[in-house]
Design a protein around this ligand. Structure first.
Ligand code: NDP
Ligand SMILES: O=C(O)C1=N[C@H](C(=O)O)C[C@H](O)C1
Length: 269
């Protein structure tokens, strides 16, 4: 019988946490060995299956992340930036693959992952879906093919619970467009237009964020020229998409050397 990697899910009660637990349970390639929530959360100490409203699974939700990680081969983490930094240090200590879906991390926070990546595999992406990662590559290609006569705008829409903007995916797409153009996103990024903004600056990459209802995640990259527009679009209709990608990353990382990777590496795009 082949060994199935043991997976711990952090932020177990969250929208993605619960989706990830279901995805691991449905998989014949991995086993759920832990579920983590923060201290004081009312799920701590309960069976995770029962907490989710189903049958007992024999996995008790814990707030002791290190103890849970030390029994696992991978940690899948869709939580919040401060929590993810703590989990990175603990996953490295346990030598577990750390799959990070958390968005809204600052450049400084991302840089703080480097010490952990010296000891363990980290796979981090603002979007774990095949479609978006393909869109990233297409965006780079189209941006490289067109000059600054085409204005680039990234437009994203998400549910009303989302706390960060622009979305992690929008930033990935903006980075790809900037890379295609051979510029740094930080030098051309235009975020949060309001009031008398002045005319659009040639070469800028603009971002717009829509928040409403239960939109899972939609992203357009618009290339607007004189007399024509090109739109590259991805629409997610089911969070299971992200969870499947994250599990794929956790399995992919099992035989890799310590370091930082992304979904382009995992998917071989
Ligand atoms: N990369 C990708 O493909 C995707 C990324 N995401 C990202 O995943 C993240 C989570 O999204 P979502 O599931 O919708 O959010 P939720 O708010 O539903 O869930 C977040 C979970 O993380 C926990 N958490 C938050 N802060 C901490 C902390 N400091 N310590 C411990 N646990 C903490 C929350 O616990 P509590 O309830 O106690 O606060 C909750 O269980 C977001 O950053 C989102 O953008 C989402 C979808 C796809
Ligand atoms: O918060 C979400 O829900 C999502 N977040 C990710 C992002 O910030 O891009 C990915 C997906 O769009 C859903």
């Amino acid at each position: 019988m082949t060994h199935k990697p043991g997976i711990v899910i952090t932020g177990a009660s969250g929208r993605m946490g619960q989706m990830l637990i279901k995805t691991v349970l449905d998989s014949d390639k991995a086993t759920l060995v832990g579920a983590v929530e923060r201290g004081g959360h009312d799920w701590v100490g309960r069976d995770v299956g029962e907490a989710m409203g189903g049958v007992p699974l024999g996995v008790t939700v814990t707030d002791d992340a290190l103890e849970a990680f030390s029994k696992a081969q991978a940690v899948i983490d869709f939580t919040a930036p401060e929590a993810t930094l703590e989990f990175a240090a603990l996953a490295a200590q346990a030598r577990a693959v750390h799959v990070i879906g958390t968005t809204g991390m600052t450049d400084e926070q991302i840089a703080q992952l480097a010490p952990a990546a010296r000891h363990a595999v980290i796979v981090r992406a603002g979007n774990m879906s095949l479609g978006v990662n393909l869109l990233v590559q297409l965006t780079k290609k189209v941006a490289a093919a067109l000059d600054e006569d085409f204005d680039i705008e990234v437009i994203e829409a998400h549910h009303h619970h989302k706390v960060d903007a622009p979305s992690g995916t929008a930033l990935m797409l903006g980075e790809a467009a900037a890379e295609g153009r051979g510029v740094k996103l930080a030098d051309v990024s235009d975020r949060g237009r309001d009031g008398i903004t002045g005319a659009r600056k040639r070469g800028d990459i603009g971002f717009t964020a829509i928040r409403g209802g239960d939109i899972v995640g939609e992203h357009d990259v618009l290339f607007a020229g004189a007399g024509e527009r090109i739109v590259l679009r991805h629409m997610a209709t089911d969070r299971a998409l992200f969870a499947r990608g994250a599990l794929k990353a956790a399995l992919w990382g099992q035989d890799k050397s310590p370091g930082e990777y992304d979904m382009i590496d995992v998917l071989g795009l």
